[in-house]
Design a protein around this ligand. Structure first.
Ligand SMILES: C[S@@+](CC[C@H](N)C(=O)[O-])C[C@H]1O[C@@H](n2cnc3c(N)ncnc32)[C@H](O)[C@@H]1O
Length: 270
């Protein structure tokens, strides 16, 4: 199911979905569900906090983009920024973030929380920036899980980054594909093949996709990063911390203590 908000109506299935259909579905889904998403998760995300995923790993502690003090003055692109909470934290550190998202409604929430940040409404597969415009790029669950061809995104990020720049992104941990997306004990038994890359699609009565998620195995993700021109320097699997008692869709303390929920890829553009 769409793991961010429970939604009744569309039929859930597994079938191919190309880039155009995936992009259209994502834009529509996030525009329709942004209000509910922000009201459900906004408090956890914080207005000026950089959280990598439902485990609550904070960039302030993890420093995956580099030491906090080194962010000052850097041009940073946040991809799939939603309401731009991470960009707001980056601005607090003295960086110059640009928050990009496909969804107009998500960016309206960014404006609601506070103006002043550059916001760009665009698809991550075609970044509207000149080559070498940024020192860093980041994405907390934005865009990458929803695109049919992540290599296109990675190649675009590579193009707009300056040499030496980091590209750090988080996605649902691939191992979860094999389990039901449920927070309780039913989410602990394998129900499908980890190796089946057929996208998860919710479609309307006319068969049009209204939500799409694309699965890549860990090996696929590594190959995609390399094909996009990057060097992988770390793969972080945050453990569920004792302080975090919240459930977020299929993420929960029960499952989080047993299987990984998030994978964070730390890449460098040489
Ligand atoms: C799970 S939210 C993550 C946003 C934010 N990091 C957060 O944690 O709330 C995913 C975001 O990715 C955006 N997105 C999905 N596909 C995209 C694409 N192809 N290009 C740009 N943004 C996209 C959605 O509009 C949505 O705002």
């Amino acid at each position: 199911m769409s793991q961010y908000i429970e939604e009744a109506g569309p039929e859930a299935t597994r079938r191919e979905a190309d880039e155009t259909e995936s992009s259209r579905a994502s834009r529509g889904w996030w525009d329709r569900n942004a209000d509910e998403y922000q009201s459900e998760h906004g408090a956890f995300l914080g207005d000026e906090r950089f959280v990598w995923g439902p485990e609550g790993l904070d960039e302030a502690d993890a420093e995956l983009l580099g030491p906090r003090e080194s962010l000052k003055g850097l041009d940073v692109l946040e991809i799939g920024a939603g309401a731009a909470q991470c960009s707001r934290w980056l601005a607090e550190q003295g960086a110059r973030p640009v928050a990009l998202d496909l969804s107009h409604r998500q960016l309206q929430h960014a404006l609601r929380i506070g103006d002043g940040l550059p916001l760009v409404e665009a698809d991550a597969t075609a970044l509207p920036f000149r080559d070498g415009s940024f020192d860093l790029a980041c994405s907390a669950y934005g865009a990458v899980p929803f695109v049919a061809d992540p290599v296109t995104v990675f190649a675009e990020v590579h193009r707009v980054l300056r040499p030496g720049g980091r590209w750090v992104f988080s996605v649902t941990h691939p191992v979860r594909w094999a389990f039901p997306d449920e927070p309780g004990p039913e989410g602990l038994s394998v129900s499908g093949s980890y190796f089946d890359r057929t996208p998860y699609v919710e479609q309307d009565e006319r068969g049009r996709a209204v939500y799409v998620e694309h699965h890549r195995t860990v090996g696929d993700r590594v190959r995609d990063v390399v094909a996009g021109g990057f060097r992988l320097v770390d793969l972080v699997e945050p453990e569920w911390p004792a302080w975090n008692s919240q459930e977020w869709g299929g993420w929960s303390p029960l499952r989080g203590n047993l299987i990984p929920g998030t994978a964070i890829f730390v890449c460098v553009r040489d």
